[in-house]
Design a protein around this ligand. Structure first.
Ligand code: UD1
Length: 428
C-alpha cells in the first residue's frame, strides 16, 4: 500500500508538461482491434488505466511492442476472442469500449459490465440502444453483456442523454458497418474528436466529431497507422489549479488551450491570471480566490472531471460558492475528506454550498476516486503541515508521474509505502 505525503504551503513555480489524454487513450486502444495492420500510438500517458487496457489487448492475443513509456505498437491480427471476463473488465469504465470494438470486428461481444469510479448509477442503456439500432441483439446473462449481429447496418441514433461512452461505443461499432450511421445529440468532448481522428487516420470515414451530429460512413477495412494522442485536458486543469491554490505560478505545456477554455474562464472569474500561448498556459495566483458558482456540463461546459479539484480550490475562497454537479448523481462523496481538513461545504443532492475558509488544516485523508484524489493532492499543496493521502491507486489510474511532476516545480511531496499501522519506507 502506498500513501502520498505532502508538506504543503509552498508556492509552486516552474513548468509542468502535460501527458497524453487518459480518456482518449482508453478509447483509442480498444479501437486498435478494428484495424488490419500495426498501430503505433504515441503520447500515451503512463497511468494504470492504460496498463490495464494494454494488458487486456495482450491477453486477447494482440502482439504488443512497448517502444518506451509513452509509445506502443500493437498488432491485433491474432486476436480471436470476443470475450472479456469480469476479472479484466471490472477495473475500469472504459472496458465497455470493447463491446463496440468487438462487435465491429467479430459481430459478437461478450463483456462483463464495466467498473470504474463510483459516482452513483452508471447505466449503459444508450450504448445498447445504439448497438441495437445497428442491428445487434443485446442481452445480459450470467452478469455478461452479450451482443451479436448477422451484420451491422448504419442507422440514425438519437442519444437521449449526452454520453461520452455511448458516443465512443457507437462510433466503434459503426465504423465498419454497412452504410451511413448518424449519431445525434452526440458528446463533443476532445477525446471523441481524437478517437475519430485516429480512426480516420486508419481509413475510416467519420465526419462531424466535435459537434453534436456525427456521421460515420462504414468502410470495409482499416489499415495500420501512427498516431499521437492529444494532451490531457483534465491533467492540465488539475495543474492549473495547483498553481492557483499554492499561490504560485506555473507554465503548463503540451496543452491545447481551446480545450481548457471553460476551466480558464472560471479561474479568471476567481481572480487567477491565465495567459494562453500556442501550446501552453501560464497560470498565476493573485492571492486568495474570489468565490464563484460553477455548473458541470458535457463539453464545452465545465468538465465534471474537474469538479472535485475546483471545489477544493473554492473551499479556500473569499465568500460563498455554489458548485452544481450536472452530469453525475453522486459525485460529492469526497467532501467528507475535505471537511476533515477544515473545509466548510454543505452538500444537498447535486449541489454543494462552499463557504470559503482561509486555511485548511493538515489531516490524514483518503482518495475516494480518481479526481477526488487529485482534489486531496491540491488541498495538501495549499496546507501548512503534513497531509497524508491514502488510496493512491485511484490517483495512479489517471495521473502520469504526479509526484515527480509536482516535485519538479517545488512541491514537497513523496510516496511512502506502508503496512497497516506504520510507514515502512520512502518510495520517492
Ligand atoms: C466519461 C469519462 C468520465 C467523465 C464522463 C462525463 C471516460 C473513460 N470516462 O465517462 O471520466 O466523468 O465521461 O464527462 O471517458 N448515461 C446514461 N446512459 C448511458 C450512458 C450514460 O444515462 O447509456 C448518463 C450517465 O449516468 C451520466 C451521463 O450520462 O449521468 C454522462 O455519462 P457518460 O458521458 O456516458 O460518462 P462515461 O462515458 O461513463
Amino acid at each position: 500500500m502506498e500513501k502520498i505525503v505532502i508538506n504543503g504551503g509552498i508556492r509552486l513555480k516552474g513548468e509542468i508538461q502535460v501527458s497524453g489524454a487518459k480518456n482518449a487513450a482508453v478509447a483509442i486502444l480498444p479501437a486498435v482491434l478494428l484495424c488490419d495492420g500495426v498501430c503505433r500510438i504515441e503520447n500515451i500517458p503512463a497511468i494504470s488505466d492504460v496498463n490495464v487496457i494494454v494488458r487486456i489487448l495482450y491477453e486477447l492475443g494482440a502482439t504488443v511492442k512497448v517502444i518506451n513509456d509513452n509509445t506502443v505498437e500493437i498488432d491485433p491480427k491474432h486476436i480471436n476472442s470476443y470475450v472479456l471476463s469480469s476479472e479484466m473488465s471490472s477495473k475500469m469504465r472504459a472496458s465497455s469500449y470493447f463491446i463496440g470494438a468487438m462487435l465491429g470486428r467479430f459481430k459478437r461481444a461478450r463483456v462483463a459490465p464495466p467498473g470504474g469510479c463510483d459516482f452513483g448509477v452508471r447505466p449503459i442503456d444508450q450504448h445498447i440502444k445504439g448497438f441495437e439500432a445497428l442491428g445487434a441483439t443485446v442481452t445480459i446473462d450470467n452478469g455478461m453483456v452479450n451482443a451479436r449481429a448477422k451484420e451491422l447496418v448504419g442507422s440514425s441514433i438519437y442519444l437521449d442523454k449526452v454520453s461520452v461512452g455511448a458516443t465512443v461505443n457507437i462510433i466503434l461499432a459503426a465504423v465498419k458497418a454497412k452504410g451511413l450511421t448518424i449519431i445525434e445529440n452526440a458528446a463533443r468532448e476532445p477525446h471523441i474528436v481524437d478517437l475519430a481522428n485516429f480512426l480516420n487516420s486508419m481509413g475510416a470515414n467519420i465526419m462531424g466529431a466535435g459537434t453534436d451530429v456525427i456521421k460515420i460512413r462504414g468502410v470495409d477495412t482499416l489499415h495500420g497507422t501512427t498516431y499521437s494522442i492529444i494532451p490531457d485536458q483534465i491533467e492540465a486543469g488539475t495543474y492549473m489549479i495547483a498553481a492557483a491554490i499554492s499561490g504560485g505560478e506555473l507554465m503548463i505545456t503540451n496543452v491545447i488551450p481551446k480545450h481548457l477554455e471553460s476551466i480558464s474562464a472560471k479561474l479568471i472569474e476567481a481572480g487567477v491570471t491565465v495567459e494562453e500561448f500556442d501550446e501552453a498556459v501560464l497560470v498565476r495566483s493573485n492571492g486568495r480566490p474570489k468565490a464563484c458558482n460553477v455548473l458541470t456540463m458535457p463539453h464545452p461546459g465545465f468538465p465534471t472531471d474537474m469538479q472535485p479539484q475546483m471545489t477544493a480550490f473554492l473551499a479556500l475562497s473569499d465568500g460563498v460558492s455554489v458548485m452544481t454537479e450536472g452530469v453525475w448523481d453522486n459525485r460529492f462523496r469526497y467532501v467528507d475528506q475535505l471537511t476533515l481538513m477544515g473545509a466548510k461545504i454543505k452538500v444537498d443532492g447535486k449541489v454543494a454550498i462552499i463557504t470559503g475558509v482561509e486555511n485548511f488544516i493538515a489531516a490524514p485523508v483518503k482518495a475516494t476516486d480518481l479526481r477526488a484524489g487529485a482534489a486531496m493532492v491540491l488541498a495538501g499543496l495549499a496546507t501548512n503541515g503534513t497531509t497524508e493521502i491514502e488510496n493512491v491507486e485511484f490517483i495512479d489510474r489517471g495521473y502520469d508521474n504526479i509526484v515527480e511532476k509536482l516535485s519538479a516545480v517545488g512541491a514537497n511531496i513523496r510516496r511512502v509505502e506502508f503496512i497497516e499501522s506504520g510507514i515502512i519506507r520512502s518510495v520517492i
